[in-house]
Write a protein that binds this ligand. Structure first.
Ligand SMILES: Nc1ncnc2c1ncn2[C@@H]1O[C@H](COP(=O)(O)OP(=O)(O)O)[C@@H](O)[C@H]1O
Ligand SMILES: [Mg+2]
Length: 351
């Protein structure tokens, strides 16, 4: 049977994703109790009580400790570093302006909006959901991670002006309707194609997360590119606390594709928060409803994944026109009204 020291050694591979060091070295393993029946009680100290990476620690600490011979079950509990301990940690990290130091330390919820394929309305929903959350009084940011087909600046009526840089050399996000926005679209010539190689992509996304001054946010919504490729993998690695919102259209084929992104989310251990069905039917001004893309796909997918269906957004000409025109949110009133209950239930299901 392994010893307490073996467990401690095993925990050296658990890295704090914001501080980029292992939790043993950071002094965050408060206590380890190893019982004769193979149960290990481990307490981890967090920098803040509402630490967004708590789940990440919960999973990886349990996983690593179980690798020690004789450990059959792991209970992970948490406490918070005292101010003095935080000071010591800060000193050790050579930082002076307060902990936690990760760029996203003040972001309460990170939500990746994804789907298996393009054209289902991820960007439209991301933009509208952001506006709806902002209208609810939440502090919201949108990161456009669709580096190939960025459309967020246009949807918010922003041009391709470069974002300013602060005296602290942080990139300041652009703002529209109270929503903070960052996109590669602000850095490249309009409509030019960008060829991304793996490492470059990784670097760009890292910079968008670490070198952008997002400040305090209730929600950071990330508009993912279609598919389950590099971007999603990189983000999952950088943001283990992120949750996934899956967008699908009502027909069975779209649902199948969306399921693939759910599988990907599982694979990289991101939690799936909910499903949104978009383009669910069109209602004529006379009130006649046409289910153009079929019915029920969103609910089916939500049931299958055992997550809530956040809502069904109908096909509406106004939504399309507003997305195209990039009308600021003050004039998105009808859309916001429609999305508000969705934003509210999303807010309720988050911290
Ligand atoms: N509910 C909707 N009603 C009408 N048009 C929509 C709706 N959702 C999306 N669209 C339109 O469909 C197109 C694709 O949407 P977009 O958000 O760019 O998809 P994605 O980001 O998934 O590729 C856009 O022209 C958008 O305006
Ligand atoms: Mg898009």
């Amino acid at each position: 049977m392994g010893t307490r020291d073996d467990v401690m050694k095993a925990l050296e591979v658990v890295i704090d994703p914001e501080l980029h060091q292992n939790i043993v070295e950071l002094g965050m393993v408060r206590s380890i109790e190893l019982h004769a029946d193979g149960v290990a009680d481990i307490m981890v100290s967090l920098t803040t009580a509402g630490c967004p990476i708590r789940n990440h620690f919960q999973t990886s600490v349990a996983q690593e400790a179980r690798k020690v011979e004789g450990v059959t079950h792991v209970n992970v509990s948490f406490d918070v570093l005292s101010d003095q301990e935080k000071g010591a940690l800060q000193h050790k990290l050579g930082r002076s302006n307060g902990l936690p130091t990760g760029a996203l330390a003040q972001v309460a919820n990170v939500i990746c909006v994804g789907s298996g394929k393009g054209g289902v309305g991820k960007s439209t929903l991301t933009a509208n959901l952001a506006a709806a959350l902002a209208a609810e009084g939440r502090r919201v940011g949108v990161l456009d991670a669709d580096v190939w087909g960025y459309s967020i600046p246009r949807m918010f009526g922003l041009g391709s002006d470069r974002p300013p840089v602060s005296p602290q050399r942080k990139i300041l996000p652009m703002e529209a309707g109270g929503v903070k926005i960052m996109s590669i679209g602000f850095f490249v010539a309009e409509d030019s194609a960008v060829v991304w190689r793996g490492p470059m992509l990784h670097k760009a996304l890292t910079q968008f997360l670490e070198d952008v001054d997002w400040g305090t946010l209730d929600f950071l919504l990330i508009d993912l590119p279609p598919g389950t490729g590099d971007v999603s993998m990189t983000l999952a690695q950088l943001l283990p606390q992120a949750k996934f919102l899956i967008v699908t259209t009502p027909q069975p084929t779209a649902q199948k594709v969306a399921r693939r992104s759910a599988e990907m989310a599982h694979k990289v251990s991101l939690e799936i928060a909910a499903v949104v069905e978009n383009m669910s039917g069109f209602t004529t001004p006379d009130g006649e409803r046409y289910p153009i893309f079929g019915e029920g796909g969103g609910q089916e997918l939500a049931d299958e994944l055992d997550v809530p269906l956040l809502g069904k957004v109908p096909l509406t000409i106004a939504l399309r026109e507003q997305a195209d025109a990039g009308i600021p949110w003050s004039r998105w009133a009808p859309t916001i009204r429609r999305l508000r209950p969705r934003a509210r239930s999303l807010a309720a299901s988050s911290r």
